[in-house]
Design a protein around this ligand. Sequence first.
Ligand code: BQF
Length: 295
Amino acid sequence: MKLIDGKEVSAALKRKIAEEVEQMVAAGYRRPKLVAVLVGNDGASQVYVGHKERACGEVGFDSEVIRMSADTTEEELNAVIDRLNADDSVDGFIVQLPLPSHLSEQSVIERVSPSKDVDGFHPETTGRMISGLDAYLPATPAGILELIKYYGIETAGKHCVVIGRSNIVGRPIANLLSMKGYPGDCTVTLCHSRTKNLKEVVKSGDIVIAALGIAEFVTADMIKEGATVIDVGITRVEAPERKSGFRLLGDVKFDEVAPHCSYITPVPGGVGPMTIVCLMQNTLKAARKHLGITK
Ligand code: BQF
């Protein structure tokens, strides 16, 4: 069993991004800039935005966090999005999800200009991606592809079983791994809450991607010997003995599954850090585009 170290891979990619930024600055260009909009005071969301802000600093991007109260109206949020869409100093921005329940995530997603859609959630971006055109890939699927590449995990002809059909992870990673070339050429099965014989289907997977959002759902009896297991889950459970007050659980029962795997991602320190670095990659890509850097 080999542990996939998302911290190591993300650190390597951040160094590469930082180098490119310094080259841009040396050539007289401004720094890339990412803005995060945080509505309300969800604890996990604050942590995630903190990760994004810190990563921006590490790679040499300018960044800004716009904090808005939990009772922000749709009109107020729309006005902020419109201003960011029009601001030439901003290469990309994200509206941190989930939003308070009175706000529509879909209408927010569709209001972000596709040219600044570094989360890769706009339907135009999705359409480009699925058509195989150049596009901002959603960061978590992009991070999974980077891990597969870094470890040289074979994908051609492999059966990849994705559990979970969200627009943010399951659907796009299933699509990306079905594409021609590396990392791709998989035969993909997309499983969900209505899948029959889920255990048997998952057990036929050479690569299993768990992205259903149920802590420790995937158990050893569901995994084929030698499979690669990618755990996208991240559920907070209370742990009073910890100084943070909680610990994180993946969608995979790590301790019992790991001995059966050729590769497995831990939680934390697996896919999570890759999500952050891929958001940085998208922001760099947006900045180069906005600055007319073609190389
Ligand atoms: C790690 C996210 C669910 C819903 C909305 C590093 C992150 C997490 C874990 C992180 C996530 C999850 C993010 C680790 C961003 C990933 O060390 O394991 C980083 O910050 N993430 C998000 O912005 O919104 C979410 C999960």
